[in-house]
Write a protein that binds this ligand. Structure first.
Ligand SMILES: Cc1cc2nc3c(=O)[nH]c(=O)nc-3n(C[C@H](O)[C@H](O)[C@H](O)COP(=O)(O)OP(=O)(O)OC[C@H]3O[C@@H](n4cnc5c(N)ncnc54)[C@H](O)[C@@H]3O)c2cc1C
Length: 402
């Protein structure tokens, strides 16, 4: 092999692509990581990143096994032991707690930039090509050939698209997608409520979308306010003081008055699902394969579980004497992940439709929904299992280390 030939080339070094690079390196595959924007080193003196993820236990075990979790600055991450979900339309409050599934916590709130930085810091032998983007991808029976916009040419047994929702690898491989925009935006940012969050993730469903408060390690919260486009545009026009008042109202004052808005930005919400996760010498992971509504906070989790299953399939293929681009083992990866990802997509899409509706029937149904789940422990336990990723994959990398 020449210096430009690899077992695997990953395009996209966000949270999912970077963690995949670490996992492949540790599994003994030679790989290159192509990233358009090299991430800045994490600055712990800066305020919290706008993009926070609730990392569930299954993906957390993966990060632990790869040695990424121990590197995360613990003063910047916040464990949460409970989730309170209630509906503006009425019904019971749903309280999901870690003790119900025998876990020390339901998850941790982690900044995207911290996770990305710690994964990049773990890379030793991976060839990093950044800044660079994919200009052309061709595959034949033996290799995948990549041309980059910096003039470099690379070849690999397998190319992985991890470059997010607009994946050029997915386009080049001719993989179609199904998806739609929700006509909603999500405003995220750090806020200071009057009361401490008590290490609970709070979510109130309103007719225009859910308002969520995720706990931050300094006692503040990360908000995620999902709103129809019209309301989102109106909120965007407000100054911080007026926005804080509206947020206090929308959250029903559950954590008292919102005293300060420290940052905010809004994102469009959409659903996207690739019809296939694999093609000849190509695999997709993370948002390149699936974009879920963020209300259940599962985007990064699903991507990390993709990583665990893909690496597991490649290792099995290698043990049977096959190279990483072997279609049979790539299909195993697709089979292992597609059903779970589709189930999560359907669940979040269904929740969005149920809880985002103005019509009378879904209003009654959703009121009943939280009440039934709140009063029926086995159903509650099942919801926690799904939310924590505890049942999501059998890949060895997502098993607890102790
Ligand atoms: C408002 C909001 C809130 C969210 N909250 C949560 C949450 O609570 N929990 C959760 O789990 N998820 C959450 N998500 C989703 C989560 O952020 C994404 O699912 C996750 O970041 C996807 O990671 P990724 O690595 O697949 O893609 P990305 O993070 O999009 O990374 C893609 C990388 O590829 C690079 N790239 C792009 N194009 C190219 C190219 N042509 N060549 C080379 N490199 C390229 C980009 O620079 C980037 O670094 C949220 C998303 C939004 C919008």
């Amino acid at each position: 092999m020449s210096d430009n030939d690899f077992d695997v080339v990953i395009v996209g070094g966000g949270a999912v692509g970077a963690v995949l690079a670490v996992a492949l390196e540790q599994a003994g595959f030679s790989s290159a990581l192509i990233e358009a924007k090299r991430p800045k080193s994490f600055d712990k003196t800066a305020d919290f990143d706008l993009r926070q993820s609730a990392v569930a236990p299954g993906p957390r075990y993966l990060l632990d096994r790869l040695g990424i979790w121990p590197r995360l600055d613990k003063s910047r991450i916040c464990g949460f032991g409970g989730m309170k979900v209630w509906d503006a339309a009425g019904g019971d409050t749903l309280y999901l707690e870690h003790t119900a599934v025998g876990l020390p916590e339901l998850g941790h709130i982690v900044e995207n930039s911290l996770l990305v930085d710690c994964a990049w810091q773990k890379l030793v032998s991976t060839r990093i090509v950044s800044p660079a983007s994919l200009a052309d991808l061709r595959t034949d029976a033996f290799r995948a050939h990549l041309a980059l916009d910096n003039g470099e040419r690379l070849s690999a047994s397998l190319v992985v698209g991890a470059e997010g929702a607009n994946s050029p690898v997915r386009h080049a491989a001719g993989i179609n997608t199904t998806g739609w925009h929700y006509g909603q935006r999500c405003t995220v940012g750090a806020i200071k409520p009057q009361k401490h969050h008590r290490h609970i993730a709070w979510q109130r469903f309103t007719e225009t979308g859910p308002v969520a408060f995720l706990p931050l390690s300094d006692g503040r919260c990360s908000m995620a306010w999902h709103a129809d486009d019209t309301l989102a545009a109106e909120l965007n026009e407000l100054d911080d003081l007026a926005f804080a008042e509206r947020l206090t109202e929308a959250s029903d004052g559950v954590l008292g008055r919102i005293e300060r808005i420290d940052s905010r930005a809004a994102f469009d919400l959409k659903l996207l699902h690739a019809h296939r996760y694999v093609a000849s010498r190509v695999a997709l992971v993370g948002d390149a394969a699936h974009v879920v509504h963020p209300m259940a906070g599962q985007g990064v989790n699903l991507g990390l579980l993709d990583v665990a299953e893909l690496v597991s399939a490649l290792e099995r293929g290698r043990a049977a004497g096959h190279e990483p681009g072997n279609q049979r083992y790539l299909m195993r990866y697709q089979r292992a992940r597609m059903a779970d990802n589709l189930a999560m997509l359907a669940a979040t899409d269904g929740l969005k439709r149920l809880f985002g509706s103005h019509s009378a029937l879904p209003r009654r149904a959703r009121k009943l929904g939280t009440t039934v789940v709140a009063r029926f422990p086995p159903l509650r336990q099942l919801m926690i299992h799904q939310a924590t990723g505890a049942t999501a994959t059998d890949a060895p990398l997502t098993r607890p280390t102790r």
